[in-house]
Design a protein around this ligand. Sequence first.
Ligand SMILES: Nc1ncnc2c1ncn2[C@@H]1O[C@H](COP(=O)(O)OP(=O)(O)OP(=O)(O)O)[C@@H](O)[C@H]1O
Ligand SMILES: [Mg+2]
Length: 193
Amino acid sequence: MPSPNIIWHSRKISRENRLELTKTKNKVIWFTGLSGSGKSTIAIELEKKLHEKGILSYVLDGDNVRHGLNKDLGFSTKDREENIRRLAELTKLFYDAGIFTIASFISPLKKERDLARSYAGEDFIEVYVDCPLEECEKRDTKGLYKKARSGELKEFTGISHSYEVPENPEITINTKDKNVEGCVEEIMKYLKL
Ligand SMILES: Nc1ncnc2c1ncn2[C@@H]1O[C@H](COP(=O)(O)OP(=O)(O)OP(=O)(O)O)[C@@H](O)[C@H]1O
Ligand SMILES: [Mg+2]
C-alpha cells in the first residue's frame, strides 16, 4: 500500500481521449511460453506489421526490461514476483497511454498473467506460444537450457521451475509446426487487422 500521504492526482485526458488521436482501439497482446518458444521473434514481427499498418505499437521484452528498469532484480522467487509485478504495471501504463502493447515475458504463473489481464479487461489477449520443451531445448538460442541441465542455472522454467500452461488463452500458436510469418498472420486475423 502507498503511504497515506500519497494522493492520486486525477487528470483531464483519459485513454479514450487519447484514442481519438490514434484512431485505433489499442490492446495488450501478452505472449507467454517457455524460453525459446518464439515470443520475442513473433513480437518484433508483429510490431513491424502493426507499424506498417499505421498502428502505434511497442514491444516490452522481458530481457530488455532487465537491462534497465528491472536490472536490480535477480531470479529468486521474491525477485521473479517483483519482476513480473513491475512488468504488469508497465504494461498497464503503456495500455493507458493508448499504445498497442506487445508484452513478451515467459510469465510462467497464472496468477501473474491474471494480474496483467485485470488491467486491460476485454482488451487483454493472452497468446500462448506453444512449443514442446524438447524443441525449445533443441533450439537453445541463448544456451540457457544447456546451463540449466548442467546445474549451472538453477530454477530454470520448464526444467527446474514450473510453467503453468494457460487454460483459456485467447490464442494458442504452435511454433514447432508453423513459421514466424504464419504465426503473425494468425494473430492479425484474430485482431481483424
Ligand atoms: N514459428 C516460429 N515462431 C517464432 N520463433 C521460431 C519459429 N520457428 C522457429 N523459431 C525460432 O525459435 C527461436 C525463438 O527464440 P526467441 O528468442 O524468440 O524465444 P523467446 O520465447 O523470446 O525466449 P526467451 O523467453 O528466452 O526470451 C528463434 O531462433 C526463432 O528463429
Ligand atoms: Mg524473448
